[in-house]
Design a binder for this molecule. Structure first.
Ligand code: GLC
Length: 751
């Protein structure tokens, strides 16, 4: 097996167990490179194919839904296309039996019998819905994220699926953008580690294995850089920003063996991603050696007409296919226009052959030719979906995804046997919104609401009073009085507020990112009762909550936690689970600060009391809650930050150690974070960059020495000439509990 060149954490002997597990994963994980046998089979099949059949492999369609039969049906037109081998893939057909219907026609009634590949958006679970990706990113636990993807893949393959359009690896630094919910937040290193973990989880160890699904790193590229956070808007960035910020998670996914990518809707500095030869061919294939295929996003090829870079559908199809977008999603432009373009000399058959080769390579790797009906066993669905084991894991991962933002006076954890607890808010007795966006086959009936979780979490003597208080996004305050009344009768109040799940995800940008509706007024009304208030946020993006951050003593960020939401929140609120989550994205004080992220640059006039420096008149430059922030019910102290040398050669590692002590009264898990700063470069450099992290468990009073190994490649940058090098000079290294709470020391990189 090829040992993956994976950057992983080095631990002292005390972590040998974790390391041996990590090593097992590395040795077993397969970096997907085509093998000679597959290449021979691809070549021999390609030689038999007509031009039309080749183009058919590049054509992905969706199928008609018959509401009476409650299933997708093969229309006469698509039946004809299937028999002619003119459809290579479907999206959104779900079910062992219905996929078998379509597969049978393609395999048994067409000339060459090339199997279909079925794709679907399995983003954070198939039926066992895990927290949204921004939530699981808050766990900073790549191994757990890999396990969640493994469960999602296993469940998806019981329903005839071979391919998921995930992980979404778009770096997002503008919380107005609704799709920040779907990714791993603002950081390149955290995002890259999570991208690798998700790819490993979805694709498993042996691609022809029954539970493997091909992963799809999306949206290539820089979709998260949408101007003003408005979805689908232009992205205007330098090549340096593209390479330093937006490309690394895709490179990480490719290095982890991802089998497909999806092209983005947006333009990148004037060139739409879906017609962008630079990213699709120069970078992806020529620099990175990617061997899989790229599918366009939904109708993104047609949208080249709206972008104004194609005069007609033929030109749009030629531009996309020539750039390196191999498969076209749903508008059928390749099927309708590419044969004509070949005849008119607008595109060479060799270009088409290369794309077909990539698609066939993936289908061979998945074992679809040996067993086209591999995922069509209906008996699996009942046995392998939403098992107690997967629910238990979902609860554990949800607990790790919760971020304790504030706990003034340690009012948390609440006592399980308190006399009366008031639970108030529009998301308290809600089983739909905790599923979040892109919830695949998730069902509200599977979800444990906060109210349900509390009822089973507290002692039998505790009385729970409930009021919805208000809706999520209306101006109706008629239930405030009821909410105020039950709050007054309670020992403590838990307020469950936030956004509904349609306020984040695709086409869900918000210009203001405060609590919608009258929820803020409800919070103030309940706060005025003088009762201890705990705020539980359920949302798909950072929110601006300055008043709450100042006045409410305890605040939990829970995102959308999936099927076990209520149990996981109860576990944390009542102290069964000690929160360990850390923010993967910055919370601004107000939307005027956006974009605001931790790895900002110093500028020539760093903010100070001086007037003529880079700051606002009405708000500090600092965030409400920083990247990497997250409290615990215990406390961790950092000391003894040491380096094995003060000068690092450009071809040797640097060992960084720090002592972390649990000085609190209960056991806890800490996410230790390591950042660097390159003090002087041939170009400006960020004030901090995350380069390592590790989750460590510490009993009360226990100390551990955490050891990280920094490799020269961790210090690499694009210099003034866009060469990727390690520049000599002074660096700072920071280790701590967040991006703003660190201890530091210095080292130098020698010439
Ligand atoms: C959507 C999304 C993409 C998704 C695709 C198929 O428009 O942008 O993330 O995978 O269509 O559903």
């Amino acid at each position: 097996m090829i040992l993956m060149k994976r950057k992983y954490f080095h631990f002292r002997a005390v972590y040998m167990i974790a390391l041996s597990v990590a090593l097992t994963l590395i040795v077993n994980a397969q970096v997907w490179k085509p093998d000679a046998n597959i290449e021979r089979r691809v070549d021999s099949l390609l030689a038999l194919m007509t031009l039309e059949e080749k183009i058919g492999q590049l054509n992905q369609m969706d199928a008609r839904w018959d509401p009476e039969q409650r299933r997708n049906v093969i229309t006469p037109e698509q039946g004809e296309l299937l028999k002619k081998g003119l459809i290579g893939s479907y999206l959104n057909i779900i079910g062992a039996e219905v996929t078998k219907d379509f597969q049978r026609v393609a395999v048994e009634e067409s000339r060459l019998g090339i199997p279909l590949i079925f794709g679907y958006d399995v983003i954070h679970g198939y039926r066992t819905i895990f927290p949204i990706p921004l939530g699981t990113a808050s766990s900073w636990n790549p191994i757990a994220i890999e396990s969640a993807a493994r469960i999602a893949a296993t469940e998806a393959t019981t329903a005839g699926l071979h391919w998921t359009f995930a992980p979404m690896v778009d770096i997002a630094r503008d919380p107005r953008w609704g799709r920040v919910a779907e990714g791993a937040g603002e950081d390149v290193y955290l995002g890259s580690e999570i991208a690798k973990a998700a790819v490993r989880g979805f694709q498993g160890k042996i691609f022809s294995d029954l539970t493997t699904i091909a992963a799809c790193a999306k949206h290539y590229a820089a979709y998260g850089g949408a101007l003003a956070g408005r979805d689908y808007n232009i992205v205007d960035i330098s090549e340096r920003t593209l390479r330093e910020t937006y490309l690394p998670p895709f490179k990480a996914a490719v290095d982890a063996g991802v089998m497909t990518l999806m092209s983005a809707f947006n333009e990148i500095s004037g060139v739409p991603a879906t017609a962008n030869n630079f990213i699709m061919t120069d970078v992806l294939r020529n620099e990175w050696g990617f061997n899989g295929f790229v599918v366009s996003d939904h109708s993104a090829v047609m949208e080249l007409l709206h972008h104004g870079v194609a005069t007609d559908t033929a030109e749009a199809a030629v531009k996309a296919l020539s750039a390196g977008v191999d498969m076209e999603m749903v508008t059928g432009f390749y099927l309708k226009k590419i044969a004509g373009a070949v005849k008119s000399g607008k595109i060479q058959v060799s270009v088409i052959d290369e794309s077909v080769r990539r698609v066939l390579r993936v289908k061979f790797a998945l074992g679809l030719f040996e067993n086209p009906y591999r995922n069509c066993d209906p008996s699996r669905e009942s046995k392998e979906i939403l098992t107690q084991k997967s629910r238990a894991f979902a609860r554990e991962l949800a607990g790790q995804s919760i971020v304790l933002l504030k706990n003034e006076g340690n009012i948390l954890p609440l006592k399980k046997d308190m006399k009366t607890l008031a639970v108030i808010g529009p998301l308290a007795d809600n089983t739909m919104d905790p599923l979040g966006s892109w919830s695949a086959q998730g069902r509200a009936e599977d979800v444990v609401s906060v109210l349900q979780g509390f009822k089973s979490g507290v002692s039998s003597s505790t009385k729970i009073l409930y009021s919805k208080g208000c809706e999520i996004a209306t101006s109706d305050t008629s239930s405030f009085a009821e909410a105020e009344r039950i709050a007054s009768q309670s020992d403590a109040v838990v307020l469950v507020v936030g956004e509904n799940r349609d306020m984040s995800g695709e086409a869900a940008s918000r210009s203001m990112i405060d609590l919608p509706g009258v929820q803020h007024d409800l919070i103030k009304r309940i706060h005025a009762t003088g009762k201890p208030v705990v705020l539980v946020l359920m949302n798909g993006r950072p929110l601006t909550i300055p008043w709450e951050a100042e006045h409410v003593p305890a605040i939990l960020e829970t995102w959308y936690l999936g099927v076990e939401a209520g149990n996981a929140i109860a576990d944390v609120l009542f102290g069964t689970v000690n929160p360990s989550g850390k923010l993967p994205v910055t919370f601004p004080r107000n939307v005027g600060q956006v974009p605001l992220y931790y790895d900002f640059k110093n500028t020539g006039r760093p903010p100070s009391q001086e007037k003529y420096t880079s700051k606002y008149l009405d708000v500090p430059n600092t965030p409400q809650f920083a990247f990497g922030h997250g409290l615990s019910y215990t406390k961790f102290e950092y000391s003894k930050l040491t380096l094995n040398k003060k000068t690092m050669k450009r071809n040797e590692p640097l060992i960084v150690t720090a002592q972390v002590k649990n000085v609190g009264t209960r056991a806890g898990t800490e996410v230790v974070q390591l950042y660097i700063r390159d003090l002087v470069g041939s170009v400006t450099r960020p004030m901090k960059q995350l380069k390592r992290f590790a989750r460590i468990d510490l009993k009360s009073g226990e100390s551990k020495t955490v050891e990280f190994t920094l490799l020269p490649e961790d210090l690499m940058m694009y210099d003034i000439d866009m060469k990727r090098i390690v520049e000599p000079g002074k660096f700072k290294v920071f280790v701590g509990t967040s991006s703003v709470d660190v201890i530091e020391t210095e080292f130098e990189v020698g010439r």
